[in-house]
Structures are given as C-alpha cells and as structure tokens.
Design a protein around this ligand. Sequence first.
Ligand code: PMP
Length: 404
Amino acid sequence: MTAILDTAPLDRLADFPAIPEGWAYLDSAATAQKPWPVLDAIARAYGETYATVHRGVYQRSADMTLAYEAARTRVARFIGAGAAEEIVYVRGATEAINLVAQSWGLAHLKAGDRIILSTLEHHSNIVPWQLLRDRVGVEIDVCPLTADGRIDLDALAAMLRPAHKLVALAHVSNVLGSILDVPRAAALAHDVGALLLVDGCQAVPRLPVDVAALGCDFYVFSGHKLYGPTGIGVLWARPELLDAMPPWQGGGSMIDRVSFARTTYAPPPSRFEAGTPHIVGALGLATAIDYVEAIGLEAIHAHESALVARTRDILGRMNSVTLFGPATSAGIVSFAVEGVHPHDVGTILDEGRVAIRAGHHCAQPLMEHLGVPATARASFGVYSSAADVDALAAGIERVARIFG
Ligand code: PMP
C-alpha cells in the first residue's frame, strides 16, 4: 500500500492557496479547491480582458468571444466529443439534467414510457425525472445495487424492456465512489432502444472520460468539482439528439429571428444558452482542464485509489468503524462510527483540522438502502496526501475515545 503511494504522490498542495498547511481537506466530492492557474485565469479575465461575448463589434469583445469558444473546444477535446457544438454550457450537472428532462423529455416521452434510475443516484438525477413524471406520466423504475454498493447491471439487464426510453445513472457514486461500467450500461440500454444519460460529476475529476468510447448518449458534469469555478458545467449530447431538442429557456442569444408573430431558434449549442453566459466561468473551466490534463487523469486516479486503499485499510481495522461501498472506488469513502452520529464525527474531526462531509449527501434513497440516516464521507483530490488519511484516522480514534 505504501509502495503504491510512493509511486503516486501528486503533492500539489502548493498550487492551492485556500488549503492552509496542516488542514486536511477531505470534501473534494462536494467541491474541489482551486489551483493558482485557475485563480489567475479568473483574475485576468475580469481584471484585464473582460468584455461580453458574441455581440460586440469592438476588438475586446471579439477576443473574448474567441477565448470563450476556444474553451468550448477545450471541453470537447477533454471528454472526447466529436465537435465543440456538442458542448452546451450550463450552470452545473443539476441544470444539465433538468435541461434534458424538460427539453428532450417533454418532446420525446409520453405517458407510459419508462425511465430507469438507480438506488445510488444524487437527488439531481432523481427529482428532475419526477418533475417530468408529474407533467407527462412517465414511470420511474429503480435499478438495485450489488451487495457491495455498485449499480447491478445484471439486474438492469433483467429490468429493461422496450417501454424504457432512458436510463440515467451516475458514472461514480458521490457517496460510495463506486464506478459504473458505462459501456456495458450503454449496450444494455441500446438493446431495447433506450438512451443512456451519465451523471459524470464525480467521474471527470477522477477518471479519464471519453464519451465516444463510453457509448453513452448524454453526459453531464459540473466545473466546480473539476477544480474550476462554480456556476459553470457541461451537457454533452450526441449531435442528432441536440438537433431534435427544443429550447427550454427563452431569451437573448438563443434565437435565429424574433418577431411577435413567430420566433425561430439558433442551432445547438446556442439554442440552449439563453442570456449572457458565465463567460469567465468557461475560461476558468478550460484552465482547470489544462491543469488536470497536465497531471493526467490516470495519475490522478492512481493517486486517489491509493488513498482510498489506505483509508479502507486503516479504518477497516478499527472495531467501531463500518465502511460502506466497494473495496475499490474512485476517491470517495463513506463510513460510520458505531454509536456516533456522523455530524458529531464531522464536528470532532473539524476540531482536529480534518474537513469531511457528514449527511445524506443528496442521496436519501441510498441512505434508506444502507439503513442509516447519514454517513461520514472522506473524498480526495490531487492535493490529498497520506498525511491527510493519517489525520483522519487519528481524528476517528479520538471520536471513538470521546464516545467510547
Ligand atoms: N451528481 C453527483 C453525483 C454529484 O455528486 C453532484 C454534486 N454533489 C451533482 C450531481 C450535482 O452537481 P451540482 O450541484 O454541481 O449541480
């Protein structure tokens, strides 16, 4: 275990000014800290080169438009999209899934059609489909998990019928870190003519992602979990799907021609980007992508996997600790300390300068499945180290002593 860590120490702490020495930030699954290059890109964009995009007749605006569209191309390359036009900027994964539900869903689904989600989905991949169910009358089925907390694709295979039009699953669970076999899920969905939407929020910061190789139909993620700014995220969809999707919000920038009698709409992606966009957010996202790609997603995954292995090994030897989820996961470990509410675990850890998340993690159906009201969760990033894991372990020993 130590050997793996020795070969995969990223040691990126110096790049992250908001992580003081001696503070173990173990909440990257909620949001990642920002490296200097991203902070500098944001400061430069607002402080030196700022102007609006797409409308200006002056040079500054033309330059900003070029930078903003170059960022889109950068995102496309990062996830293996065929073209920049397949990338729709949104506020985050939540908005991306609501967009698909309200645009694609309202246009293409009817009463009696079925959607499959899984037990471990984040609320943002549950509630938008329930809103659609209330409007259209689609039915929602729930794919169960394996005993170790992965989406059970054998069960999915047995559930799928021609009535299913969409399967929407997390690539990586934000609670358990379990990794989905996306190509297999895509093949199963496609066998009955259903589409596959993948919630990639927790995957893009931790795994190489290539939407063409994955074979999915929609892929969504948030910039702020990928070391970029809040308020910017991505919907990728196959171009023929985007072409057949109506607008979901109206306003400036998304039109072809407007008159009071009739309005026609711009082609994708503009059709889905009403209003002045998060210009600087897009630039910051592109810089964050440069940052993680310079390290390499394989290296990040190896590093976080080593930290997960160390955490599970040390915590697994503590009698009072229950570990949730599979033995190997992508950078995220959930656990419980016997007889102690996760919030108390989090508070005592905080006193020892260890920041974890405690709660239902916006995954209440999963909490119900695990039979707990909440879990404590440690999640890693490129700046995380073996010392952070050791600080966590020391903190949990203190929790056990206080409550023991
Ligand atoms: N899906 C998953 C798996 C997540 O972890 C999160 C964020 N916790 C979301 C969706 C929602 O992302 P956002 O709040 O950035 O829209």
